[in-house]
Design a protein around this ligand. Structure first.
Ligand SMILES: NC(=O)c1ccc[n+]([C@@H]2O[C@H](COP(=O)([O-])OP(=O)(O)OC[C@H]3O[C@@H](n4cnc5c(N)ncnc54)[C@H](OP(=O)(O)O)[C@@H]3O)[C@@H](O)[C@H]2O)c1
Length: 330
């Protein structure tokens, strides 16, 4: 029988307010995109989720299509809830999303009301939940009126199937429009989930400012660049690494000499700060107050522990930030 660590809330500063909402999220959240599918080890998935909760990680992020196969990460998480974490449902923030391909035919992806609401019902069923805390539109849909997609999020909240609405991968201009529609409907946009790391800074010129202006929290995904901003690939490509065994999104050819030259220099700087590279990469995205949470993935318990350790040193000197810029510029 799982019993959570009694000291899991010992660090009140581990939670940051999400935009202008009343909701606080942990600085480190756990995503179930990888390592929670039907073919992954269930005991390992369970151990990662339970250890995360023990460390104060209250937020678990899913999507309809996480697996593989699609939907299976929600099934795995549903089992973890049923067998272990369920009694602590009121201490958990569980999110899911819809937007990418899920089932055949014209209603199985993108942003129609038909697809979004059907998908949410499926997600709830897979996880054995009455409601999720956050329901996201996973990506903008150029062919569906934004009013329709945002109307579906508002409907989900009004029906009690989600507590908050969020958007993901929306550029700045669409974010402003989506926020306005949701505000007018009476369901403010809680959160935006964009990709952001030292190796992918597309949010910096516009989106982060937009989020601050709109009072929307940012939860940034792949802050470790899927593992590149760690020491994982310093001695080659381990067979048990993401690039080593799951070539869908990170392949060995992405681990170039140029990337490694930068990450090894970043690693030296991290060590000088008394951190691992992963910890420094997380602290770096969290230096923006608009970034409410860094959304990590993990293939083992020790990685979650290491990542949570990032929050022991979130401060950077001007010299350190300048050195990071210099390294990234090559
Ligand atoms: N909204 C969207 O469109 C979208 C898209 C992608 C992801 N997401 C969300 O973001 C979450 C995180 O994405 P991600 O998995 O790409 O994030 P990430 O944190 O950038 O990468 C996670 C990977 O980094 C490695 N790692 C993690 N901690 C480590 C540590 N302390 N030391 C060494 N290596 C470490 C592990 O690689 P190994 O597996 O090789 O050990 C792990 O699987 C997803 O689960 C999902 O919830 C959202």
């Amino acid at each position: 029988m799982y019993a959570p660590a009694a000291d899991r809330y010992q660090y009140p500063d581990f939670y940051r307010r999400c935009g202008r909402s009343g909701l606080r999220l942990p600085l480190i959240s756990l995503g179930l995109w990888h390592n929670f599918g039907a073919h992954d080890s269930y005991p390992n998935a369970r151990a990662i989720a339970c250890r995360a909760f023990d460390l104060g990680i209250t937020h678990f992020d899913l999507a309809n299509n996480y697996g593989p196969p699609d939907g299976s990460a929600e099934v795995t998480f549903g089992r973890i809830l049923c067998e272990d974490l369920g009694p602590w449902r009121d201490e958990l923030i569980i999110s899911t999303k819809a937007g990418y391909y899920m089932w055949p035919g014209p209603y199985g992806e993108w942003g129609s009301r038909k697809y979004l609401l059907a998908s949410l019902d499926q997600s709830l069923k897979r996880m054995g939940l009455d409601y999720v805390d956050i329901f996201y539109h996973h990506r903008p849909d150029p062919n569906t009126p934004l009013e329709e997609s945002m109307g579906a999020l508002d409907h989900a909240v009004r029906r009690g199937k989600a507590l908050y609405a969020g958007i993901s991968n929306y550029p700045a201009a669409e974010t402003v429009r989506a926020a306005k529609i949701l505000r007018e409907l009476g369901t403010p946009c809680l959160i935006h989930q964009p990709r952001y790391s030292m190796l992918d800074r597309w949010v910096e010129p516009e989106l982060l400012g937009t989020l601050a202006q709109e009072g929307i929290g940012g939860i940034v995904f792949s802050p470790l660049a899927k593992g590149l901003l760690t020491d994982r690939y310093f001695q080659g490509v381990p067979t048990d690494s993401r690039a080593g065994h799951d070539p869908r999104f990170l392949r060995p050819e992405h681990i170039t000499d140029t990337v490694l030259a930068k990450t090894k220099q970043l690693n030296d700087l991290a060590l000088a700060r008394g951190q691992t590279l992963a910890q420094m990469a997380l602290a770096w995205v969290l230096r923006h107050p608009t970034v409410t949470s860094a959304l990590i993935g993990a293939s083992r318990v020790s990685q979650v522990e290491d990542c949570v350790g990032a929050t022991r040193n979130l401060k950077f000197t001007g010299e350190e930030l300048a050195r990071i810029e210099q390294i990234l510029a090559g």
